[in-house]
Design a protein around this ligand. Structure first.
Ligand code: CO8
Length: 259
């Protein structure tokens, strides 16, 4: 897959999407969003891909949406124009397989919001997170006001949104914004380790587990529990369920086929 602003690589069932605009700290313009949407759609449909990693590389994750592109927008442009950022984020969030954001350096504004559409976040100890949109006279408009409070709680999210302040990786870990912090030189290896732990599991079980969590969050508890039970029941129709339980009884590791 050849793109201009991202690099997509697939190795042993693990795909990585690397943002590739280092000259502007991986600022996200419409081209990036369109390419992210296209890549996410292709990787979602590729059954050989078990896990997807999104990263900005070693120095920076992304310093936000491209301010030079937004500066001259009018309200009408923003309200009625195409919404490549929202389409890209939806495509990533809805991928029926685990998505890991692997974050080094700045993850700001739309960059921080991009990490929120991943399922889990692993950060280098040099990572910095923030939603500085308020300092530009706007608000986090790519899901930050919705996904962040759901992840870290309303009070902490509002503090970040209202102040525009950056927080370091250890604070991001403390408040639950990231799952794990590792030394910067071990980020790629630790991300691969996590990806492999997901990749060996049954693809259908992963898909339905992700769906149960994500869809459940849009429902009240009773409806969510009902939905969870439907997903759970469905898995008893898979070969992987038979294999998983047989392997347990035979005291050997399961070999899942994804069906
Ligand atoms: N957009 C465009 N260019 C950027 C951006 C950005 N977000 N961030 C950095 N750059 C560029 C700089 O302009 C600079 O370019 P040049 O070399 O040509 O001058 C280059 O990247 C390097 O940046 P700095 O020289 O500023 O590097 P520093 O190390 O001094 O500072 C910072 C790093 C602190 C990250 C600083 O660059 C900064 O504050 N960047 C902007 C951060 C920001 O405000 N992000 C939020 C953007 S708004 C947003 O994300 C809205 C999302 C919602 C979209 C919803 C659409 C529907």
């Amino acid at each position: 897959m050849a793109y201009e602003t991202i690099i997509v690589e697939i190795e042993e069932g693990i795909a990585s999407i690397t943002l590739n605009r280092s000259e502007v700290l991986n600022a996200l313009n419409d081209k990036v969003f369109n390419e992210l949407e296209e890549a996410a759609t292709k990787l979602a449909a590729d059954n050989a891909v078990r896990v997807v990693i999104i990263t900005g590389g070693e120095k920076v994750f992304a310093a936000g949406a491209d301010i030079s592109q937004m500066a001259s927008s009018t309200a009408v442009d923003v309200a009625t124009g195409e919404k490549p950022s929202l389409r890209a984020f939806k495509a990533i969030e809805n991928m029926p397989k685990p998505v890991i954001a692997s974050i080094s350096g700045f993850a700001l504004g739309g960059g921080c919001e991009l990490t929120l559409v991943a399922d889990v976040r692993i950060a280098a100890d040099n990572a910095q997170f923030g939603l500085p949109e308020i300092k530009l006279g706007i608000l986090p408009g790519a899901g930050g006001t919705q996904r962040l409070p759901r992840l870290i709680g309303i009070g902490r999210a509002k503090e970040l949104i209202f102040s525009g302040c950056f927080i370091a990786a250890d604070e991001a870990l403390r408040i639950g914004l990231v799952n794990k912090v590792v030394p910067a030189d071990q980020l790629a290896a630790e991300t691969q380790k996590m990806a492999k732990r997901f990749a060996v599991q049954g693809a259908v079980a992963l898909r339905l587990a992700k769906s149960a969590v994500n869809e459940g969050l849009r429902m009240d508890l009773e409806a969510g529990l009902e939905y969870e039970h439907k997903c759970f029941s469905l898995l008893f129709a898979t070969e992987d369920q038979k294999e998983g339980m047989k392997a347990f009884m035979e005291k050997r590791p399961a070999k899942f086929l994804g069906k």
